[in-house]
Ligand binder design. Sequence first.
Ligand SMILES: NC(=O)c1ccc[n+]([C@@H]2O[C@H](COP(=O)([O-])OP(=O)(O)OC[C@H]3O[C@@H](n4cnc5c(N)ncnc54)[C@H](OP(=O)(O)O)[C@@H]3O)[C@@H](O)[C@H]2O)c1
Length: 335
Amino acid sequence: MEIADHLELLGVTLSADLNFGRFIHSKAQVVSVDGCKIKLNDGNEIPNFAFGTYSLKTPTQSIGRAIEAGYRLIDTAALYANEEEIGKGIRDVIERGIVTRAELFISGKLPNSNHSKEQVIPALKLSLRKLGLEYLDMYLIHTPMATTGEGENICLDYVETWREMETAQKLGLARSIGVSNFNSKQINRILTLCDIPPAVNEIEVNPTYPNLALVAFCKVNNIAVMAYSPFGYMVPRRIDLEDFSPPRFDDPYLVKLANKYGKKTSQIAMRYLIDRNLIPIPRSDNPTHIQENIDVYDFKLTTKEISTINTYDINTKVYEFGFLRNNVFYSFYQS
Ligand SMILES: NC(=O)c1ccc[n+]([C@@H]2O[C@H](COP(=O)([O-])OP(=O)(O)OC[C@H]3O[C@@H](n4cnc5c(N)ncnc54)[C@H](OP(=O)(O)O)[C@@H]3O)[C@@H](O)[C@H]2O)c1
């Protein structure tokens, strides 16, 4: 089934005009894309391409290279334990006059161990201090699964956490607020019980985990999707896959597309996400990869090509957060 068919099932029709990156949806509640930015449900705009910062080997230098290459959205998290280095990289490029703070879109995440009402604002302020920023453009609940500081699972309803996220936005500490790793049922509870809908859900989406149902749910609810681990199992991962040999960068169909568009297969993977109106978050310390990954705005995949890549689904996430599996709010049991 093609992606357009999936959207049709949900009552959404999609048409693309001839300008790259511009899409028009027939229903007002669907996220609209204009050029390289996506309009969020709170009226703010988010760049449609991000730089990932988890486990960067040289965070300060890599952030500098990324911003020089054109990345404007930086995906950070307290959990990644590199906010100071990231902040230094951001300050360096601003001091060198490459960008202003206003041109950047810095996103952060609330750790699982800080979900209680009293902890949310202090955790956000701590991230701001480490990053050396006065505000975040986006603050996300990293996962719906709360833990103690020692990582023990606790039963703490993310709805309570979300109400404090709403306070953070009202205080101007975060201009937009959202969630990460939430399933559709959990988002529905927030939509039903709270005042402000999440602007973003950051979830795993890549050629080997297309996540069609959850992406479609977010779209119809006007929630933008940031796509983490955008290369899926196309790049080597720590987890061995015994039952699958997923397509790698030398996959014949991806090579055929790369030759057709005069691009690399890694760039086909990025465009696959952009052309689904998602926001890829590639991570790299390699200067050539940093450049290449964002050099994808001079071509566009067809609906048929996107559908073919969707068939690479091996229904296996790169990040399953197995250590949180016993949490009452473990989210990956359903889309
Ligand atoms: N919200 C969440 O719970 C969550 C979970 C996971 C990830 N994330 C976010 O998503 C970001 C990306 O996910 P990820 O860290 O799993 O990584 P990813 O971007 O899917 O893959 C990174 C790996 O791909 C390699 N790579 C990058 N570009 C390449 C290219 N053009 N050709 C060949 N290899 C390439 C990198 O190596 P080189 O350095 O050598 O290029 C690195 O080994 C994270 O950094 C984080 O910001 C969020």
